[in-house]
Design a protein around this ligand. Structure first.
Ligand code: PLP
Length: 357
């Protein structure tokens, strides 16, 4: 089966097989990782190895803390402003879709949020040209969403935020291609797309941004506290952390982010090419900003939607139904989706178009 779910998403088969093999007895300890104390030498090794591996993969220097937090990416929509707004109490946000909007709405509960640019007017089909962004030099940070998972819109550039720290919700793009982490003040990513199981959220924060949290911030949300306690202020999501570590090792085995980035580009290119050349299918996004991870498409005749999905299910091409707010179809093709999965999808789409289009 090929699972095109946007998240929780397909995990590498090797990772699942290894987790299965180690499920009852992790390396002769007689315990499942799920049963280990987070303070045990064994788990601390698992945790530290995962952190080192993601540092290696993403090229994260010691200037940054890497945190393994809980509550998914949505909890970061509040955690970011509560930690970073500081005295300025104002922040800039770019609005390119549903996830940007959610981040903006939550940040507005804590401070003065300025939307510097928005592509809402055109239905989020493009990224607003940075020359027109109304950024403020005194903003505490500039937030954007490099890949809008629902709309299928992806930045092909890293915004220039000047001296203002750049904050990115990389939930659906982290580790999918090389990124220069040094351009960012903070990156967060819910794990359930390219990293591991849902609930866990990886936060990469420049250390000079720590220690500015709101006095009433819940302790569990305080990046400084998390950093000081190696993300173990409370009992962390140990099993998710372990699985994430397995995904990082797998990614290293694939040749790291450069190699997976090339593969991802190839997968996306062939799927978009097929969509663009077959009259039954279309994708509304400005070609320059089409997501490499989430490929929404609509059928020219919507009455065919359920037949399309039924046929896909029969061929074990799973979870192709588009997000409820957008409709149509969406194929999420994250790191763990093999090229053969994309080929199988294209084969089916062509067959369906020939018979029913
Ligand atoms: N941000 C983006 C870009 C997402 O794609 C998602 C989830 O799909 C979220 C935030 C929310 O993540 P979570 O459900 O882990 O809170």
């Amino acid at each position: 089966a090929y699972n095109f779910c946007a998240g929780p998403a397909t995990l590498p088969e090797q990772v699942l097989l290894q987790a299965r093999d180690e499920m009852l007895d992790w390396r002769g300890t007689g315990m499942s990782v799920m049963e280990m104390s987070h303070r045990s030498d064994e788990f601390v090794e698992i945790a530290e190895t995962a952190e080192q591996d993601v540092r290696d993969l993403a090229g994260i220097s010691d200037d940054y803390a890497v945190l393994f937090m809980q509550g998914g990416a949505s909890s970061q929509f509040a955690t970011v402003p509560l930690n970073l707004l500081g005295n300025s109490a104002s922040a800039d946000y770019v609005n390119t879709g549903i996830w940007s909007e959610k981040a903006i709405a939550e940040a507005r509960r804590y401070g003065d949020v300025n939307v510097v640019a928005s592509s809402a007017g055109c239905g989020f089909t493009t990224v607003p040209d940075q020359t027109g962004w109304k950024t403020r030099a005194d903003a505490a940070y500039l937030h954007y969403t490099p890949n809008e998972t629902i709309g299928g819109l992806e930045f092909d550039f890293v915004p220039d935020s000047g001296k203002v720290p750049l904050v990115a919700d990389m939930s659906s793009s982290m580790l999918s291609c090389p990124v220069d982490v040094s351009k960012f003040g903070l990156i967060y990513a819910g794990a359930q797309k390219n990293i591991g199981p849902s609930g866990l959220v990886v936060v990469i924060v420049r250390k000079d941004l720590l220690g500015k949290a709101h006095v009433k911030i819940p302790t569990m949300m305080n990046y400084q506290v998390m950093a000081d306690n190696a993300s173990m202020f409370n009992t962390p999501a140990t099993y998710s952390w372990y699985l994430t570590g397995l995904v990082f090792k797998w990614l290293k085995d694939q040749g790291g982010v450069s190699a997976i980035g090339e593969l991802n580009a190839r997968k996306a290119k062939k799927l978009y090419h097929f969509i663009d050349t077959n009259p039954l299918y279309s994708n509304p996004i400005d070609p320059r900003f089409r997501s490499r991870m989430n490929v929404p498409f609509i059928l020219a005749d919507e009455a065919l939607n359920s037949a399309f999905l039924k046929g896909a299910d029969e061929r074990q091409l799973l979870n192709l139904k588009g997000h409820r707010s957008v409709g149509g179809m969406r194929a999420s093709i994250y790191n763990a989706m093999p090229e053969a999965g994309v080929d199988a999808l294209i084969f089916y789409m062509a067959e369906f178009a020939k018979e029913r289009g």
